[in-house]
Write a protein that binds this ligand. Structure first.
Ligand code: PLP
Length: 366
């Protein structure tokens, strides 16, 4: 029998704790993927996802894959070999976008940024005279930085704007239509408060018309998904793949929970938690990593103080306080911590707990 782990406070970069309503939904009996109950559920979930994306796109649904699967779907459906694709790189996930676009045959135009800085819209928009796609990460989980997607949308011209909203959806203001996002993918494991495994996805009609007719991936070909996601558009459901029914029930519970609280209230709760955490960390004499003015509330990056072992602090937090905090990424692996306040963790009690335990652990690790 597998071991049942004790409850942990997950303040890492995710998967964070799920909302209790989600855990309840996940424990319900498994139903068939063609059961009318499930068919209605997928439609409800797609409608709820439109709300959290801030879009009226009919083509909005949970891709059966993690956030990286959503990223693959976003590129493979729109990039033909030789297409110029501008990618804003200000962290690990912008980097990953370049690699995915390269494998689709894109002529990748990278726009480099120092890690910890937001995307510079002017430079990105000037990087190529007529790109097919401009791609950027709204909330860079590797660095704790929020970027201005609306500024890219305002200047995108004829290009399609592709945005990663993995660490913003369901927690931070996200207005895909208003900002001009044509192709968006996200993940369930961050602010939506659902375990990992689904990628909320949205595509504008403008983008859909310009899709690759036969993408190199069968599974992610959005042209084949009509019957899977189509009931909301008045079509009969047809089989494409066996839907992850239980995960989608969990997502439905999260969307119900979030929309009942109200999106502006949920956003304000995340903003307030992030601000309180940042203030508490600075009061402890710690230095924040992300550029001021672009700090994410859902993921705070803070420098490890001199003379303190990052790994030791993280081990103390895990073993003595059941708290998981993320390490830094890449060259910042040992010098930055990443503290997530996502979904159910975006509240004052979690902030107090995280600050208190971190202070104790740093003291013990000196
Ligand atoms: N994009 C961002 C901003 C992320 O934070 C992540 C995961 O943390 C991903 C993409 C990839 O998602 P996944 O790990 O679910 O495949």
């Amino acid at each position: 029998m597998s071991e049942i782990l004790p409850f942990r406070y997950l303040f890492g970069p995710g998967p964070g704790n799920a909302y209790p309503e989600v855990m309840a939904a996940l424990s319900h009996p498994v139903i068939g993927h063609l059961d009318p109950v499930f068919i209605a559920r997928l439609d409800r979930v797609s409608a709820g996802l439109r709300e959290v994306w801030g879009t009226a796109n009919a083509r909005t649904w949970p891709v059966s894959a993690t956030g990286s699967g959503g990223m693959e779907a976003a590129f493979v459906n729109f990039v033909e070999p030789g297409d110029p694709v501008v990618v804003a790189v200000n962290g690990l996930f912008g980097e990953r976008m370049c690699e995915v676009a390269r494998r689709c045959g894109a002529e990748v135009v990278r726009v480099e940024h120092e890690w910890g800085q937001p995307v510079d819209a002017e430079r990105v928009l000037a990087a190529h005279p007529s790109p097919k796609i401009i791609a950027a990460v709204h909330a860079e989980t590797s660095t704790g930085v929020r970027s201005d997607i609306a500024a890219l949308g305002a200047g995108k011209g004829d290009a399609l704007l592709l945005a990663d909203a993995v660490t913003s959806i369901g927690g931070l203001e996200l207005l895909a239509d208003e900002w001009g996002v044509d192709i968006g993918y996200a993940g369930t494991q961050k602010c939506l408060g659902v375990p990992p495994g689904l990628s909320p996805f949205t595509v504008s009609e403008r983008a859909f018309e310009r899709r690759v007719r036969e993408p190199r991936s069968w599974y992610f070909d959005i042209g084949l998904l009509g019957g899977y996601v189509g009931a909301a558009q008045g079509r009969t459901r047809t089989y494409h793949h066996t839907a992850p029914v239980t995960m989608i029930a969990g997502l439905e519970a999260a969307l119900d929970r979030i929309l009942a609280e109200g999106l502006p209230t949920v956003w304000a709760r995340h903003e307030a938690a992030g601000a309180a955490l940042r203030e508490g960390l600075e009061d402890m004499g710690l230095e924040l990593f992300a550029a001021e003015g672009s700090r994410l509330p859902s993921l705070t990056t803070v420098r490890v103080p001199d003379g303190v072992s990052s790994a030791r602090v993280r081990r103390i937090l895990l073993e003595q306080y059941s708290i998981e905090v993320g390490s830094g990424v890449g060259e910042f692996a040992d010098t930055v911590w990443r503290i997530g306040l996502m979904g159910p963790n975006a509240n004052p009690a979690s902030v107090t707990l995280a600050l208190g335990a971190l202070g104790e652990a740093i003291g013990a690790a000196r």
